[in-house]
Design a protein around this ligand. Sequence first.
Ligand code: ADP
Length: 410
Amino acid sequence: MKILNFGSCNIDYVYSLDHIVEAGETEATERLDVFPGGKGLNQSIAIARAGGKVYHAGCVGFDGNMLTEVLEQSGVDVSFIKKTSEKNGHAIIQVSSDGENSIFLYPGSNHLITEDYIDSVLENFESGDIILLQNEINCLDLIVEKAYKKGMCIVLNPSPIDKNLDSVDFGHLTYIILNKIEAKAVSGCERLDLALAKIEEKYPDLKVVLTLGQKGSVFLDGQNEWRQAAFKVQAVDTTAAGDTFTGYFIAELSRGAEPQTALKTASLAAAISVSKMGAAPSIPWRDEVLEAYKTFSENSVDERADEARRKLDDYLDRNLKTAELRGLAEQLGYSAVYTGGYIKKLTGRTFSELLLDKRCTVAAKMILETDLSVGEIIAAVGYQNENFFRKAFRQKYGKNPLEYRKKGVK
Ligand code: ADP
C-alpha cells in the first residue's frame, strides 16, 4: 500500500522586529530566518520519519529547491513534485520582541495545480493506496473526486478552514483528521459533542480522528470510540503537533496497525514534537518515538479521572437548574454517549442519579437555611415534577421535605 501526499510546500520568512509594523510605518528588521513549512511538507516529513513510504505531489516555485531537498533528506519520494517558474508559496511572518506575531500567506506555486497534473500523478496509484490531503492547495475537490473514482483511501486534514472546503464531497472521504476548531467549523456546531454527532450523522461511513491538544485524541468509526490521552511533556512549541500526529497516524495505518495503536504512536510522536522548537525540525524519527515509549508516560487515568470528577462537581454546582449530559460532555470535550458511560464507570452512578442527588443535597440545605416554601425550593433546584423530587428526597433523607425542615438533620 503506497501513500501519496498531495499537498503544499511553503517557505516561511520569519522577520524579527522590535514591534509589528503598523499601517503607514516602515521598520528595519533585525533578523531574517528562512524555514521550510506548509502542512503538506510537514506531514510528508512526518510520514517518512515514521517509516512510511510516501510520495509527495504538489507544485514548487523557482525558489523552492530547498523544500524538495528537505523532503528528500527525510526520505520522501519527490519524483512527482512539479517545478514551476512561479514564486513558491510562502508566509511572511513578523515576530516582535515581545513574542507577538503577524502572518500573511501567498499561495504562489501551491495554487498552480491543474487537472492534467492531477491525472499524471494519480495514474501511478491504485485502489487501496492512501492519499492524504490538506487545504493549502487548489483543486482539492477535483483530487478527491478522482481519487474516489480510483477507490483510494482518502484522508483529509481540513486545515486551514476556508470556503474552498465547501466544494469538497466529504462523503467520499475515508478518514478525516481534525482538531477542535476544525470539527466545530466542519459541522457548523459550536458544541463539540454535537459537532461529532453531526459529522457521524451526515457521513456515517467516515472515520473521524479528533485531536484535542493536551486532552489527547479520539477515534470514531460509527461503532467504536477510542480515546487516547496525551503524553506528559514540557510543551515548548506546539507548531507542528497536528502535522506530526497526522503523519504518524497514517504511517502506522499503512503498516497495518489498529487505529488504537496508531492513535497512541501518533500521540507520542506529537508530544515529542511539542517538546522541541520549530516545525519540521521538531518532527521525530521513528526510533526516537519507540525509545520514548520507555520513558514517556501518558497523562494517567487517575489524573484524568480526578480532572473529570472536578469538572463534574463544578458543572453541577454552576448549572444545577439546567444541567444535562450534553452540557457536561462539552465541558469534558467528549461525546455525550462516551460521557454517559465514562461517568457511570467513574462514579458507579448515572448522570441523572448524580444530578438528582446533588439537587436533593442543595434543596436540603435550603430547607434548613431559608424560609422559602418547599415548592419554591424544588423549582429553584430545577424540578418541575414535585412528586418525583419528593420521592427522591424521601429516599435520600428518610423523610419528606417538610418533616426534614421541622426536625432538621439528626
Ligand atoms: P493542532 O496542532 O492541529 O491544533 P492539537 O493541538 O489537537 O492539533 O494537537 C495534536 C495532538 O498533539 C494532540 O492530539 C496530542 O496528542 C498532541 N499534543 C498537542 N499539544 C500537546 C501537549 N501540550 N502535550 C502533549 N501532547 C500534545
